[in-house]
Design a protein around this ligand. Structure first.
Ligand SMILES: [Zn+2]
Length: 207
């Protein structure tokens, strides 16, 4: 089978994928290049069943993202998407059904790296207006959040607070880290701040 046939690779059904983790098509860490057939097959499975993503590490999903970029660059990835247009963003479930493979990777990489940060963002996307395209707006936000995901902690309270600010004024939400927040009372906007209040991860000395 050549690589152009990857969409014809039979995929397993919803029930068997979850029950048979050992049969999962994971990228081989020894290989520098992941077989594109497996990447798209896995991403299609993840799109059909979000739980399927739980079997992949953030690194494995990042590898898939690189492979998707390579396929795009080579013009070999049909990637129909509902959201290459301006307008109001859908909720996260609908977005995951109709977003590009690239954004699908980004959402699941963020979930794997920092589940709370992913939750805080996911509750604030619906009905926000994209001037460029919905895919581009949310994709750029995800890029920014992925840069923070390893070094910042998102407290449970922050998911609640950010959700509350969003519900009051969805258009004001800025899903980027607040530069003034270092702890309670450090940001003068307090609980009404429209940026994310994240704590820097304290790491011990590396020696
Ligand atoms: Zn703030």
């Amino acid at each position: 089978m050549n690589e152009d046939d990857y969409h014809d690779v039979p995929t397993r059904g919803r029930s068997t994928t979850r029950k048979s983790p050992t049969r999962r098509l994971t990228p081989d860490p020894q290989r520098t290049r992941i077989d594109p057939r497996f990447v798209i097959q896995n991403l299609d499975s993840i799109r059909r069943d979000e739980d399927y993503a739980a079997g992949f590490s953030a690194g494995a999903i990042h590898d898939m993202q690189l492979q998707v970029r390579a396929l795009h660059k080579a013009g070999r990835l049909p990637d129909p998407t509902t959201y290459d247009k301006p307008g109001e963003a859908p909720n996260i479930s609908n977005f995951l059904q109709g977003c590009t493979y690239l954004n699908l990777c980004k959402v699941h990489q963020l979930r794997a790296m920092n589940p709370n940060l992913a939750k805080a963002w996911e509750v604030t996307i619906m009905n926000r207006r994209a001037r460029s395209t919905i895919n581009a707006m949310l994709g750029e936000e995800l890029e920014d959040l992925l840069k923070l995901a390893r070094d910042y902690i998102t407290d449970d309270d922050e998911i609640t607070r950010f959700g509350r600010v969003y519900r009051k004024a969805p258009e004001r939400i800025r899903p980027r880290v607040c530069r003034f927040y270092t702890g309670p009372d450090s940001c003068r906007m307090g609980i009404n701040c429209d940026h994310l209040h994240l704590r820097m991860e304290q790491r011990g000395p590396s020696w």
